[in-house]
Ligand binder design. Structure first.
Ligand code: BES
Ligand code: MN
Ligand code: ZN
Length: 510
């Protein structure tokens, strides 16, 4: 939609935070009671805004837009867009995320490039309304809708110029400090989400484990983080059994990527650890995926993409005062005569033996390596892993909530707070010794999948629990139903949506 969306550079004074010259569009807010706030009424010298609000098409419903075209020397802009903010009584800042998406789509049509946002005065008429959170959500929406990857990176000579043409830049200004600060934060977060979406969409012949490692190294260089990659013989030496076995059929060799964000003076404090399943392609292995089940499995790396995006946000936007360590367990689950097979028994670094019953339950095997390693080396304050782990979680929860397992009340509370602020929702599913027992193997310690076909998403979580040191607060998030959008709606377009970046960024910020 846009090449870039930026907040116009501001000097400190309020009046100077406006795009140079007369703004091409002014955006004001309106609730369903259709009462314009005093600040907007003061701008409405020729009463063209009031006239637009009077029209029947103007409802104030969330995201509904009508336009006014003021005339005369005192006109505040060429075009005024009156955006519906919904019912006054039930207003939530998060609603501005979708509104941002809709506004962005509209501005792409009207071709306005300098836009003054004046939504704060309507929002401030609500007691205790959080102006900064509102600005942040709008910034997220505008930033998310302006993601361009689908119309650029892999378009070739057969794509019309229109598709590939350079998009306009959008310059925003806002006279309210809190709203502007939120806007800046939200745009920054959206940039991190879009960074994750770029990787997610990158096809598997390009985005190999080595490619992801290169990108992680580059991110670390650019943002002052530390990046180390365990690969090749070192993976075997370090007994990264899951990665070695799952990755051994592919010419694109597996690796474990470690990123560390460390603010000054916090060197020895226990870090928050984030772990992401980064399967650059999942054919199912010898337990091959059938018919259409394989299409889209380039996105089986989206847990890792979310973690990488979150680290981007942490290093560039959130900048917390605590240490954060990320692991991306990257491999391609392929087939060849070297593939690991159903019936293999493999021994993990922590001594746990696993009987492989299904090579398509591969994500848990590579996550196990990262969980063991993190517990051993990093002494984590807590661990959150994110993975497109099971089709079963899509059956259970659809695309509305991710599945979450976390037996630690405090950690779960923080994740609930992050769900509230990010709008990325999860639903808790049970963990119990009965499920852990379901994973027992007749010949090894545990199975990677119980063929009884019961409670698949919970089996995945139960399996992982064998690799987290007891006492370490841990959460597992199964995002298989969440990481893609099926259609253009709100601030997302069909394709990768970067789910989890904002949840994790907000979690680390709490
Ligand atoms: N990557 C898949 C899960 C998945 C399925 C993600 C559909 C996104 C969309 C995972 O590796 C997998 O194959 N899971 C199996 C587990 C089963 C073999 C225990 C599944 O869900 O069928
Ligand atoms: Mn699989
Ligand atoms: Zn998978």
């Amino acid at each position: 939609m846009f090449n870039s969306v930026k907040l116009a550079p501001s000097r400190t004074s309020r009046s100077s935070r406006r795009a140079a010259g007369k703004s091409e569009a002014l955006v004001v807010g309106l609730f369903t009671d259709k009462k314009l706030d005093a600040a907007v009424r003061a701008l409405d010298k020729d009463r063209s805004i009031a006239a637009a609000v009077d029209r029947d098409e103007c409802t104030g419903d969330s995201g509904r837009m009508v336009e006014a075209f003021p005339s005369g020397a005192s006109a505040p802009a060429r075009r005024v867009i009156v955006v519906g903010l919904g019912k006054r009584e039930s207003f939530k800042p998060g609603s501005l995320r979708t509104i941002g998406g809709l506004l962005g789509r509209r501005l792409a049509v009207t071709k306005d490039q300098k836009v003054t946002l004046h939504l704060h005065s309507a929002i401030e008429t609500i007691k205790d309304a959080d102006t900064e959170a509102s600005g942040r959500a709008l910034g997220e929406g505008l930033g998310l809708i302006s993601w361009n990857f689908l119309s650029t990176r892999f378009r070739g000579s057969a794509s019309a110029d229109k598709t590939k043409a350079r998009k306009p830049d959008l310059s925003l200004s806002c006279a309210d400090d809190a709203f502007a600060a939120g806007l800046e934060y939200g745009l920054g977060l959206a940039g991190s989400v879009n960074f994750a979406r770029d990787f997610s969409e990158t096809p598997p012949n390009v985005a190999t484990p080595a490619y992801i490692a290169d990108m992680a190294r580059k991110l670390a260089r650019q943002t002052g983080m530390k990046c180390t990659v365990i690969e090749g013989d070192a993976l075997v030496r370090e007994r990264m059994t899951g990665l070695v076995n799952v990755g051994q059929a592919s010419e694109n060799k597996p690796c474990l990527i470690r990123l560390e964000y460390a603010p000054r003076g916090k060197g020895s404090a226990r870090p928050v650890v984030l772990v992401g399943k980064t399967m650059t392609y999942d054919t199912g292995g010898l337990s091959l995926k059938i018919s259409n089940g394989m299409v889209g499995m380039k996105r089986d790396k989206d847990g890792g993409c979310a973690v990488l995006g979150a680290m981007h946000a942490i290093a560039t936007v959130v900048k917390p005062s605590k240490r954060v360590v990320a692991y991306l367990a990257a491999a391609e689950n392929s087939i060849s005569d070297e593939a690991y097979r159903p019936d293999d028994v493999i021994t993990f670094r922590n001594g746990v033996t696993v009987e492989v019953t299904n090579t398509d339950a591969e994500g848990r095997l590579v996550l196990a390596d990262a969980l063991i390693y993190a517990c051993e080396k990093d002494k984590p304050a807590c661990i959150v892993d994110m993975a497109t782990l099971t089709g079963g979680v899509i059956t259970a929860l659809g695309s509305s909530f991710a599945g979450l397992w976390c037996e630690d009340d405090k950690l779960r509370g923080r994740l609930a707070q992050a769900m509230e602020s990010s709008g990325e929702r999860w639903w808790r599913l049970p963990m119990d010794q009965e499920y852990r027992d379901m994973m027992k193997s007749p010949i090894a310690d545990i199975l990677n999948s119980n063929p009884n076909r019961k409670a698949h998403p919970i089996q995945g979580a139960a399996f992982l629990s064998y690799f987290v040191e007891s006492g370490v607060p841990w959460a597992h998030v199964d995002i298989a139903g969440m990481h893609t959008s099926d259609s253009d709606s709100g601030c997302f377009v069909r394709g990768s949506n970067g789910w989890g970046v904002r949840l994790l960024a907000d979690f680390v910020a709490t």
